[in-house]
Design a protein around this ligand. Structure first.
Ligand code: NAD
Length: 380
């Protein structure tokens, strides 16, 4: 048993309503700092609502390379597969960038996603009214509201195709293979349609069908599926246009469904227009088994170890795990409300500070404590 009780002071044994084993990957850079805050918030939610969470530490990324010589040894992967949900900070950093491809930190994450068979990544991009001033977009654009979800295919496409670097006629070349099957497109397409059904019933399928065969197949499958979801309005958009539309008028989008690499790029863009990359959670799920919950940002080595990172994306990822993984919507609502209330009170980590006189700058750990305190005081 690999148990970590983060803070004995606030972890209380209570009547158990739900007992969950959470695999915890702190990772590299700011990963440990932000995950620790999320675990403290989870501990508080468990204590307040009578649940019991057990944490199983998992080494992945640079930390695992240093310890085990591999970015995700099979024994570490197994702990994730046997858990009820996986909470991840972030992996990667300069220290490991010169290692050969197979033992780079990112390979651990790709292996984890593939072995967990989490083929769908959902990233909400919503503007928090309290942070509208942090958006780089003009108020005339943000006033219309931003509330979209990017549903990204996660285990196929160019990141999982064959990668090759060689020499031909004395010249070095590199190639990456992009491949999608109809089944892979169909299963993510269905999640796109079903997500739209639960929201405003508008689905935008994003591809590059004027150039790529994979995109032509993508479009064909999406239109075939559309017949089964007649209540959803399907539109198509080329990825380059989508990148422009996201800054010109993001209010036009409800749900975007797209392939792995396009989704990777567009979801980072969507996160920036909402204010800060540090605020956005994500979930990665498959048809069964545990889900993977992580903030969308990386390990931010530039601010690691300074206690200034924004832990909210990770805290909200933990809330997504409660809502979608454990069916604990009451607890997830409480955490999200506590975050919103703390923002209402003017507390900001450095990345979301504006020049408003009401803004009060706090550290990563202070932000965690404020969320916990508010969660506690909000409990009826
Ligand atoms: P990044 O997301 O780590 O950082 C981009 C910028 O955003 C930096 O200025 C950083 O300081 C800031 N930032 C990110 N998260 C923040 C937070 N919570 N609070 C405040 N500011 C925050 O992206 P990058 O610099 O391109 O990548 C750094 C490392 O992370 C690389 O090794 C990359 O491979 C890795 N990475 C990992 C993941 C993952 O683990 N899922 C995702 C992306 C990048």
């Amino acid at each position: 048993m690999y148990t970590t009780l983060i803070n004995d002071d606030i972890y209380h044994e209570r009547d158990v309503i739900m007992n969950k084993n959470i695999a915890v990957i702190r990772g590299d850079g700011i990963g440990p700092e932000i995950v620790n805050q999320a675990l403290l918030v989870l501990n508080e939610a468990a204590a307040l609502y009578g649940h019991s969470f057990t944490y199983t530490d998992v080494d992945m990324g640079g930390a695992a390379i240093d310890k085990w010589g591999s970015p995700l040894p099979d024994a570490e992967l197994q702990k994730c597969l046997e858990s009820d949900g996986v909470l991840l900070g972030a992996v990667g950093g300069e220290k490991w960038n010169k290692l050969p491809g197979e033992i780079r930190p990112e390979k651990g994450l790709l292996k984890l996603r593939a072995k967990m068979n989490v083929f769908c990544n959902s990233r909400p991009a919503k503007i928090w009214p309290q942070l509208a001033a942090s958006s780089p977009l003009k108020p005339s654009v943000t006033q219309k509201g931003i509330d979209l979800i990017i549903v990204r295919e996660l285990t196929g496409g160019i990141y999982f195709g064959e990668h090759k670097t060689d020499i031909e006629s004395g010249e070095k070349y590199a190639e990456d293979n992009m491949r999608y099957t109809e089944k892979e497109i169909e299963r993510i397409g269905r999640i796109g349609f079903e997500t739209a059904q639960k929201r405003n019933k508008r689905l935008c399928s994003v591809e590059k069908s004027n150039v790529l065969d994979t995109s032509k197949l993508w479009k064909e499958v999406m239109h075939r599926l559309a017949a089964e979801y007649s209540d959803v309005e399907l539109s198509d958009m080329l990825v380059d246009n989508c990148a422009m539309q996201l800054v010109k008028d993001p209010s036009q989008f409800d749900v975007i469904v797209t392939e792995n690499m396009f989704g990777d790029i567009l979801s980072d863009e969507a996160s920036m227009i909402t204010g800060s990359i540090g605020m956005i959670p994500s979930s990665s799920t498959g048809s069964s088994g545990p889900g993977l919950y992580e903030p969308i940002h990386g390990s931010a080595p530039d601010i690691a170890g300074k206690d200034i990172a924004n832990p909210i994306g990770t805290v909200l990822s933990a809330a997504m795990m409660l809502r979608y993984g454990f069916d604990m919507s009451r607890e997830a609502d409480a955490i999200e409300k506590a975050v919103s209330d703390v923002l209402d009170m003017g507390y900001r980590t450095a990345d979301i500070m504006s020049d408003k006189p009401t803004d009060k700058k706090v550290s990563c750990s202070e932000m965690g404590q404020l969320i916990i305190k508010t969660l506690r005081s909000n409990k009826p």
